[in-house]
Write a protein that binds this ligand. Structure first.
Ligand code: 5GP
Length: 198
């Protein structure tokens, strides 16, 4: 049996990666890993679905006990991918998607080089600023901080397998679906070769 494929999606705040993942899940047979975080729950978020919301103490215990596949500090909060569910899905041949920031994504790539890293970028810095402003979640000071942070994230994009511009959502999602389909096909074929007698 073939192992599942692992896809990792990153992109600075405001690039629309959450919407992209939601679109992918509508049609693709993928398991979206639910991360753990110590940040406060926002309106409309559900514990166990959006995130596993934990205390800092609980999060640190999970790190010490080896329960995190990767973790990172982002905006003064801990975020991490629970190891067990992801490994179980991959072992069972199911394809998994992680929506995580670059520090964590690059740790995943180090541990699991077969992971496919996809970085989503906005069409321009102006457009990114416009999207963050229109979202209305942060004040201008915070938006400027996010735009500064985005520049560090863009530098990490070179380490990813694919860079996709999210100008038109449908086009962006279409390109990622193509990447997923190709990797699924490659995965199945390589495992078939590995299991063949000669
Ligand atoms: P937010 O607080 O807006 O939900 O997420 C902030 C950032 O944390 C986003 O870039 C998101 O992709 C990232 N993130 C969410 N879950 C994880 C995780 O498990 N690990 C890492 N490294 N980053 C995560």
């Amino acid at each position: 049996m073939s192992k599942g494929a692992l896809f990792v999606i990153s992109g600075p705040s405001g690039t629309g990666k959450g919407t992209v993942c939601a679109e992918l899940l509508k049609t693709e047979d993928l398991f979206l890993s639910v991360s753990a975080t110590t940040r406060d729950r926002r309106t409309g978020e559900t514990d166990g679905i959006t995130y596993h919301f934990t205390t800092v103490e609980q999060f640190k215990d999970m790190i010490v006990n080896g329960m995190m596949l990767e973790w990172a500090v982002y905006n003064d909060n801990y975020y991490g991918t629970p190891r067990q569910s992801v490994e179980k899905m991959l072992e069972e041949g199911k394809d998994v998607i992680l929506e995580i920031e670059p520090q964590g994504a690059l740790k995943v790539k180090e541990m699991l080089p077969e992971a496919v890293l996809i970085f989503i970028v906005p069409p321009s810095m102006r457009e990114l600023k416009k999207r963050l402003t229109e979202r209305g979640r942060e004040d201008m000071d915070q938006i400027i901080k996010r735009l500064d942070a985005a520049k560090w994230e863009f530098e990490q994009a070179f380490k990813y397998n694919h860079i996709i511009v999210n100008d038109d959502l449908e086009d962006c999602v279409g390109q990622i679906k193509g990447i997923i389909a190709k990797r699924k096909q490659d995965n199945a074929f390589i495992y078939q070769l590995l299991n063949e007698n000669y």
